[in-house]
Structure formats: structure tokens, C-alpha cells
Design a protein around this ligand. Structure first.
Ligand code: NAP
Ligand code: ZN
Length: 348
């Protein structure tokens, strides 16, 4: 076992503060990683503030991890010391259930072990995430980072990237598809970039008029200010597919109304409070569907990273020191981030 510097929340109301955690010695299938960058996801904030139910404290968040391999277990073939690698939202699953066998480890029918806040079967207690200097992960949950990509900008691909990539792929988005993205935050800006790169015509729905120019630069063809009824009316019955990334409770009805016949809206945002209800006729009148999606499997995450490597896609980030993370949370809540904070772990 070794000690690792980390930042942890000790209660739902206390700011994150320095902490020291244990990391296991690498077992035969493990990869030990010195973390260089870790993205700040809105899920980190929901979790440490117990917005999704009581969290386990101390809580070390962080699931957008990029770092260098410092040691590998005896049977590890795919990684060697010095490789640039990545870890996303999960570090273990049963690997035997139908979902795992289909490459859907995030939907493991026994238990997906999330990168933080899940039972740690090696050391007991809770798993600790990427707001830390080092992590040890089974090689089955370690990803390769394409050499062409900026490591800091790559970190958000591990959650924001895969969470938008997976539903876009499942919807067979390609040239000619009309895609809507709701919310221009960490997930939303990756959704815009990836849908654009897949050839779709992209409409971005935002509550922030000031983000319109950025949205176009990121790949949106149209920007709709969702608070403007006339703009929403103009966008009605137009889109094949919408991804809703909004982090706070909101009315889904106006967005459903923008789907054309047989259109599908997928929720990925996970607000603390329930979204209000909507009229069933919004679905029946055009045979529209409302679905949900959770990150993506490991093979699919590697596919997304390789696609981003080919296309030169990374997140637009603001690099921060780890002692700025509490301020970053407040700024994220105000929508004041372009478009993902990434912690430079050299500052720990
Ligand atoms: P974020 O960077 O804070 O972005 C959220 C965006 O939602 C904001 O930038 C804002 O965009 C919009 N928004 C915020 N409050 C709103 C409101 N009251 N009404 C309408 N729009 C509002 O957050 P994120 O990291 O992208 O995460 C987004 C959500 O996805 C979070 O709930 C997170 O937990 C969840 N998530 C889910 C998965 C999954 O697997 N399903 C994975 C990762 C994250 P505009 O300023 O453009 O309106
Ligand atoms: Zn996340």
C-alpha cells in the first residue's frame, strides 16, 4: 500500500480540502498511474454535496483522469511504464453478466464500481477518484490516449466525451442527421463537437445568450435561446435527435416539441430535483420517444478516444490548480466555465 495526496470533501457542506489516501500495491492485472490531469464534472459537485442521496465521506471525486503509467502487474500486456493512459467513471464490474459481456460495464447487472464513492473490493471502504496524485486500476478499465491529443484537453473526454458520444452513436447520427444539444456546459460542448464531427447539422439550445458565438465556433449550425418563445416556436418539429445535458430541473416539453416525427430525446443530465411533468400528447402526436443514457462502455470509450485522435478533438478547458477547485464549483454553478475545468495535478 502507498499514500497518495488528494483533495476530499468531508461533508455535504464543507469545501474540499487536502487529504491523504491509501492506494493498493498493483496486483497482477493492475496499472499504477501518476495522475497528471483530472477534469471537474458536474457529477463531482452533485456527489460531494449529497445531491443524489447521502455520499460516503471523505469523498475524493474525479473521473476524467489522464496520467502516466508508473508500474504494471505481472500479467499486464497492453500497458507499460511511461505510457499516457486514461481512466473514466468506472474501475470495476463483474465482467460476466450479459451487460458486461456486451461491453456495457456501466450497466453491469451485479454492480458497476464507480471510480469514486463505490465499495472498494481491494482495500475496503470507498473508492477514491482522480483529485489525487496517483491511482491503481485494473487494466480492463484503463484506456489508451492517442499521441496526437493534448493530455489536459483529453481528460474531459473520459466522461463528458463518452456520455455524449454513446447516445450519438446509438442514434446512428451521421451526415444529414439533425441533432439538438441542450445546455452548453462540459457535456454539451462535447456533444456539439462530436455531433458536428459525425457530420450532423447541430442546433444548440442554451439559456445563456452570451454563449451563442462560442457555440458556432464549436460546431453548432443554429443557436436557440431557450427562454425566447419565438425562437423555440421556430425550432419546432425539426430535429431527429436531442441530447439534454442540463444539470438542474427544467421543463422537457419545449425541447420534445422540437423533435420531428419519430424523433428521440435522450436525457444525460441528472438534476438533483425531479424535472416537471409534461403532456403525453407531446410524445404521441409525433410518435416521439424519451430515453436516457449513462456514460458508455470501455470499448466504446476507446472508440471515442481514437475518433477524437483522428479528428483532433479535445475539450475546451480552463486549467486550474487543485486549491482552486472550490471556486471552480461555484463558477460551474453560475455557468461561468468555458467549457471544462481541468485540474493540473502537478499542483497537488
Ligand atoms: P455543466 O458543465 O455545469 O453544464 C450544465 C449546463 O446546463 C450549463 O452550462 C447550462 O448551459 C445548462 N443549465 C444549467 N442550469 C440550467 C437550468 N436551470 N435550465 C436550463 N439549462 C441549465 O455540467 P456537466 O458537467 O456538463 O454535467 C451536466 C449534467 O450531466 C449533470 O447533471 C451531470 O451530473 C450529468 N452527467 C451525466 C452523465 C451520464 O452518464 N448520464 C455523465 C456525466 C454527467 P447553458 O448556459 O447553455 O444553458
Ligand atoms: Zn462526469
Amino acid at each position: 500500500m502507498s499514500k497518495s495526496s488528494a483533495y476530499a470533501a468531508f461533508s455535504a457542506t464543507s469545501p474540499l480540502a487536502p487529504h491523504v489516501i491509501d492506494r493498493r500495491d498493483p496486483g497482477p492485472t493492475d496499472v499504477a498511474i501518476a495522475i497528471e490531469h483530472c477534469g471537474v464534472c458536474h457529477s463531482d459537485l452533485h456527489t460531494v454535496r449529497s445531491e443524489w442521496g447521502a455520499a460516503t465521506y471523505p469523498c475524493v471525486p474525479g473521473h476524467e483522469i489522464v496520467g502516466r503509467v508508473t508500474a504494471v502487474g505481472g500479467t499486464v500486456q497492453r500497458f507499460k511504464v511511461g505510457d499516457l493512459v486514461a481512466v473514466g467513471c468506472m474501475v470495476d464490474s463483474c465482467q460476466r453478466c450479459p451487460s458486461c459481456l456486451e461491453g456495457l460495464e456501466q450497466l453491469c447487472e451485479v454492480k458497476t464500481i464507480w471510480t469514486y464513492g463505490a465499495p472498494d473490493r481491494h482495500l475496503g471502504g470507498s473508492t477514491y477518484g482522480g483529485y489525487s496524485a496517483a491511482i491503481v486500476v485494473d487494466e480492463a478499465f484503463v484506456l489508451r490516449v492517442p499521441a496526437s491529443l493534448d493530455p489536459a484537453g483529453t481528460a474531459p473526454l473520459l466522461c463528458a466525451g463518452i456520455t455524449t458520444w454513446s447516445p450519438l452513436r446509438r442514434a446512428h447520427v451521421a451526415a444529414g442527421s439533425r441533432v439538438g444539444i441542450v445546455g452548453l456546459g462540459g457535456l454539451g460542448h462535447m456533444g456539439v463537437k462530436l455531433a458536428h464531427a459525425l457530420g450532423a447539422e447541430v442546433t444548440l439550445f442554451t439559456t445563456s445568450a452570451a454563449k451563442a458565438d462560442d457555440a458556432k465556433r464549436l460546431g453548432a449550425d443554429e443557436v436557440v435561446l431557450s427562454s425566447d418563445a419565438a425562437q423555440m416556436k421556430h425550432a419546432a418539429n425539426h430535429l431527429d435527435f436531442i441530447i439534454d445535458t442540463v444539470s438542474a430541473a427544467h421543463d422537457l416539453g419545449p425541447y420534445l416539441n422540437c423533435l420531428r416525427r419519430n424523433g428521440v430525446m435522450t436525457l444525460v443530465g441528472l438534476p438533483e430535483h425531479d424535472n416537471p411533468g409534461f403532456k403525453a400528447g407531446l410524445l404521441t402526436s409525433k410518435r416521439r420517444s424519451l430515453t436516457g443514457s449513462s456514460i458508455g462502455g470501455i470499448a466504446e470509450t476507446q472508440e471515442m478516444l481514437d475518433f477524437c485522435g483522428e479528428k483532433g478533438i479535445v475539450a475546451d478547458i480552463e486549467s486550474i490548480a487543485i486549491n482552486q477547485v472550490n471556486t471552480a464549483y461555484e463558477r460551474m454553478l453560475r455557468g461561468d466555465v468555458k467549457y471544462r475545468f481541468v485540474i493540473d495535478m502537478a499542483t497537488i
